[in-house]
Structures are given as C-alpha cells and as structure tokens.
Write a protein that binds this ligand. Structure first.
Ligand code: C5P
Length: 233
C-alpha cells in the first residue's frame, strides 16, 4: 500500500462526519473512524463512507481473549475496512488470531496494525501502574517485535519513535504516526509532534492528522497541503 495521509474524523455524529466529507469534491481522502463515532453511529457509518469511495482505518484497538478478537475481526473484515488495529499488549497469540479472523474468503484482508504503548502513557505510569520495569522505548520496541512476529503489518507510534521501530523491525514494517502538526500551527494537546515533511523523512508510512485538517478554516486546502508536504510532491 502506498504512503498516505489519513484524516482522523473525530466527530460525534454521522451527520457531522458526512457534512465534513461532502466538502471534498475532487478527492477521496483515507479516513480514520474511532470508537466515539463507531459506537454512536454503528456499522452503517462505515458502509456509507465506503460507498462514497473513501478508504477506512477503523480504529477500535481491540484487546480481549484471542478467540473473541478473532470473531470480532471477522465481522470488521466483512465491513470491507482497509485497516484496523489491536493492542499489542493482548499477546502474540491474540494478534495471530486477529489476523486469522481478518482473512476474507477471497484471500484478501485489511491491513492490521498494533498499538504498542499509548502515547498518553508516561514511562512513570507504565512502570508504576502496569508494573513493567523496562524503559518505555525498550517496551515499545519489544511490543513492535512481537507485532512483527505475529505477522501484522506494523504499529501506531509517535513520529519520534518511528525510526527506532524501523531499525528494530525492518523498513517494510509499517509505522502509522499521529501527532502531526504544521510547522506554523498550534500543538493543541499533542506533545511529541512532527510536521508532515519531518514524518516523511523519518520513513513514516501513514500519518494520521485530525484537528490541523478538521478544525481548519479550509479543511480541503489543509488536507492538500498535508499531502503535498508528506508525499513531497
Ligand atoms: O487532532 P489530532 O491530529 O491530534 O488527532 C490525532 C488522532 O490520532 C486522534 O484521533 C487521536 O486519538 C489519534 N491518536 C493519537 N495518538 C496515539 C494514537 C492515536 O493522537 N498514540
């Protein structure tokens, strides 16, 4: 799959989401649908956005016993999404079963990526709350290696972690990076950020961009700027 910009459609209703996508008349961006919208609008929102010709990253971060995750993934795969995800903390076995559940009868499947440690988890909280004594960088690399061993396509990580993941897991192992901001724009609540051109330079495969596009005065222009800077075209 080619490198691309994924717009995080963090809206709370179907109407708001579709009104936003209506603005894109001459292009069909790859979009990310998260828990809030999926739980509010249900699988119909996925079908509707697919029907309009967009690729979809369904960001539900599954984490349960392997058999449950496999069966849930079978349902998501039949929705014809292009990318979905799990928590690597669910173990290699769970990730293998997730992959198995995604395989369609025609041999195709959506991309499957894993969350290593959420960027909202600090090293201190990880060590104290989760009783993981290793450092956070070491933990992220270890979880990324588990993800590769399970046969998944890549991990979600901060752009500042992408290089070490690529070094540990190989350049074909995908990194999907949120925390993207234009050089001249506000950080919002993101801390560890990079601009689209920087994300290209460190080898990120997909960047996930929310507010710099969704809250822009002209979202289509912001999206096009992002694509131009990320793909270097
Ligand atoms: O608006 P903004 O560009 O900050 O949105 C980033 C998107 O990426 C949001 O949907 C957020 O939940 C998601 N995300 C993130 N950091 C992670 C994983 C996902 O910002 N580690």
């Amino acid at each position: 799959m080619n490198k691309d910009v994924i717009i995080a459609c963090d809206f709370s209703s179907k109407e708001e989401t579709l009104a936003f996508l209506d603005r894109f008349e001459d292009c069909k961006p790859f979009v990310k649908i998260g828990m809030e919208l999926f739980y509010a609008a249900g699988p119909d929102i996925v079908r509707e956005i697919k029907k309009r010709g967009h690729k979809i990253f369904l960001d539900l971060k599954l984490h349960d016993i392997p058999n449950t995750v496999k069966n849930a993934m079978r349902v998501l795969s039949s929705l014809d999404v292009d990318m979905c995800n799990v928590h690597a903390g669910g173990t290699i076995d769970m990730m293998r079963e997730a992959l198995e559940g995604l395989k369609r009868p025609d041999g195709t499947r959506p991309l499957l990526i894993a969350v290593t440690q959420l960027t909202s988890t600090s090293e201190e909280r990880m060590q104290k709350d989760l009783l993981i004594s290793a450092g956070i960088a070491e933990t992220i690399v270890h979880y990324a290696k588990n993800t590769r061993e399970a046969g998944l396509d890549g991990v979600v990580c901060s752009p500042l972690e992408a290089a070490m993941v690529k070094e540990a897991c190989g350049k074909d192992f995908m990194t999907i990076t949120p925390g993207i901001r234009f050089k001249d724009a506000a950080k919002d609540d993101q801390v560890r950020i990079m601009d689209p051109a920087g994300a290209r330079e460190i080898g990120s495969d997909f960047i996930v961009v929310g507010r710099p596009i969704t809250a822009a005065e002209d979202p289509v222009a912001a999206y096009k700027r992002c694509v131009k800077e990320f793909l270097g075209e």
